[in-house]
Design a protein around this ligand. Structure first.
Ligand code: ATP
Length: 235
């Protein structure tokens, strides 16, 4: 493997105040891949995304993006490097319309999608373009949250539980969008409890437990990893 990882994480530790949440997380994401972090509640999946983004400022270890050390890049600068985050709580502006939400994010990196390109990808956002954030369904909010990040021109998308609480038909639509983005070369790091969904969109899995990555494997090995997954996920 001569390909350089797009995202390279080694020995990542992070704290919430005095509470030590990550104990040395190691993984790589290669260009164009969709990689999923799985593990039971509280093992540090969300915290890993927050530490990469600089939302958690107390962190040590190495985070390299496109070969550059971004371990100390603060939250307000990380998008300029090309990393975008869609948090579980989505972070859209509830009082603004869909279109205002889409017009707001500045294009911080080259390659940001235009509003028309967003509407091609998410036709239902175009139909709802005058609706306020508060009037959107959970699925529409999730799509708007993803769309906002795509506007900014990032090349790595961090998605935290994008399917949580959504109807199966919407989950399927989000899966289609992720496959379209993958076809365009987007790289995705996904946190997902829904392993069946993840299996449809991911190239590889990393299994987390107790603030560490235990193991990584390609999606093709999912069936033979069933026992390990069951034990670690407790499902
Ligand atoms: P979940 O699916 O529940 O979000 P997770 O694997 O994403 O699980 P994290 O949310 O990353 O887990 O939590 C990792 C650890 O950090 C847990 O022990 C959790 O209790 C703790 N933690 C998370 N958020 C905070 C916070 N804001 N303040 C203090 N501790 C936190």
């Amino acid at each position: 493997e001569t390909l350089e990882p797009l995202l390279h994480v080694r020995g990542l530790q992070a704290w919430y105040g005095e509470s030590h949440a990550l104990h040395g997380v190691d993984f790589d994401v290669f260009p164009g891949e969709t990689v999923t972090l799985v593990g039971r509640n509280g093992v540090g999946k969300t915290t890993t995304l927050r530490a990469i983004m600089g939302i958690l400022r107390k962190r040590t270890g190495t985070i390299r993006f496109r070969g550059a050390d971004v371990t100390r890049v603060p939250l307000h600068r990380i998008a300029h490097h090309g990393i975008g985050f869609v948090p579980e709580e989505r972070g859209i502006f509830a009082s603004l319309s869909v279109e205002e939400n889409l017009l707001l994010p500045p294009a911080v990196a080259p390659g940001g999608m235009t509003v028309d390109e967003i509407y091609d990808l998410f036709p239902n956002l175009q139909e709802r373009r005058r609706s306020a954030g508060t009037q959107l369904s959970g699925g529409e909010q999730q799509m708007l949250a993803i769309a906002r990040v795509l506007r900014s021109g990032v090349s790595l998308l961090l998605l935290d539980e994008p399917t949580e609480g959504l109807a199966p038909v919407i989950v399927q639509r989000i899966g289609e969008v992720l496959r379209i983005l993958k076809g365009r070369g987007m790289t995705v790091l996904l946190v997902e409890q829904n392993v069946r969904f993840a299996a449809k969109v991911a190239d590889r899995f990393y299994l987390m437990d107790h603030g560490r990555v235990l193991d990584g494997f390609p999606v093709a090995e999912l069936a033979e990893r069933n026992r390990q997954m069951t034990e670690t996920l407790g499902v």
